[in-house]
Design a protein around this ligand. Structure first.
Ligand code: CP
Ligand code: NVA
Length: 311
């Protein structure tokens, strides 16, 4: 059984992940004004963000509207939280008005506190540790482009950050292989790698970490990268550019992957840093379909977690 909240991919049962994928496909194909358009009628979703966002905010807001509900954006700067009202009081009060809350924050522990104090479902809209909605949407994109997930080889090149962590968890759940190519000292979270390794014993997924980007990219079906400097790390930018420069996804690295490999990036991208414009804007890039699928997967998530199931 899934829990009240969606805080990590690891905490979602395998069967629920496959169910989400099927609902997302159904909702993507469903007529815009059909049954789906009233599924969440009368429900309100709050979006409490402590960091900027384009895709997560807009896809949740649009998704809620498309399902007949309403979304309310709550910048942490503009609510009483910014003047010292406690997280616990805010979570309890919001639970009296809202039917669900998407939180984007820094430490995973803060997200867990929101979930603890809120009586409504709390959905992780990105933390420093992980970005589950992104990775779940990425499973949809990979399955659409490659026709399957099991046995697919994903190479993630760059920072072992929140995106890498959630992709590791997602890969382990569905039997996808993942190789992370990152500089020494920038590996994904150790506990996540270990737990995913245990899950992988059931699904056949192979999880590897290497410091050699060429080796990681070899024969990949999916070449994935993300920014070298995540939100909150801006002061480390110069240092990171130096450490990560051998890990750029460019045409020579792409040539190591399978001929029909797809290129993915969660966006926003920094052309000329983690990826060249030629690759990001090139024929193998699927980044816009990837961004679109946030909407479809999150609509599936909303129907499941807000308790108005599609099927
Ligand atoms: N990929 C992603 O989560 O983008 P935003 O920061 O724009 O929401
Ligand atoms: N790793 C990036 C992802 C943005 C969607 C960050 O946390 O800033």
């Amino acid at each position: 059984m899934r829990g009240k909240d969606l805080l990590t991919v690891a905490a979602i049962p395998r069967a629920q992940i496959f169910r989400l994928l099927q609902i997302a496909r159904d909702l993507k194909a469903a007529p815009r004004h059909g049954r789906a358009s009233q599924l969440l009628a009368g429900l309100t979703l709050g979006l409490l963000f402590e960091k900027p966002s384009t895709r997560t905010r807009v896809s949740f807001e649009a998704g809620m509207n498309q399902l007949g509900g309403q979304a309310l954006f709550l910048s942490s700067d503009n609510i009483q939280l910014s003047r010292g009202e406690s997280l616990a009081d805010t979570a309890k009060v919001l639970s009296r008005y809202l039917d669900g809350l998407v939180v984007r924050t820094y430490q995973q522990a803060i997200l867990e506190e929101w979930a603890h104090h809120a009586s409504i479902p709390v959905i992780n809209g990105l933390t420093d540790l992980c970005h589950p909605c992104q990775a779940l949407a990425d499973l949809l994109t990979i399955s659409e482009k490659k026709g399957r997930l099991e046995g697919i080889k994903l190479a993630y090149i760059g920072d072992g950050n929140n995106i890498a962590n959630s992709l590791i968890e997602a890969s382990a759940k569905v039997g996808m292989h993942i190789t992370v190519g990152c500089p020494p000292g920038y590996e994904p979270d150790r506990a996540i790698i270990q737990a995913a390794g245990e899950e992988a014993q059931y699904t056949g997924s192979i999880i590897e970490i290497t410091h050699d980007p060429q080796e990681a990219a070899s024969n990949a079906d999916v070449l994935y990268t993300d920014v070298w400097t995540s939100m909150g790390q801006e002061h480390e930018h110069a240092h990171r550019v130096a450490a990560f420069s051998p890990y750029q996804v460019n045409e020579s690295l792409l040539a190591r992957a399978c001929r029909d490999a797809i290129v993915m990036h969660c966006l926003p991208a920094h052309r000329g840093e983690e990826i060249t414009a030629a690759v990001l804007d090139g024929p193998q890039s699927v980044v816009l379909d990837q961004a679109e699928n946030r909407l479809h997967m999150q609509k599936a998530i909303l129907t499941e977690w807000l308790g108005r199931p599609w099927a």
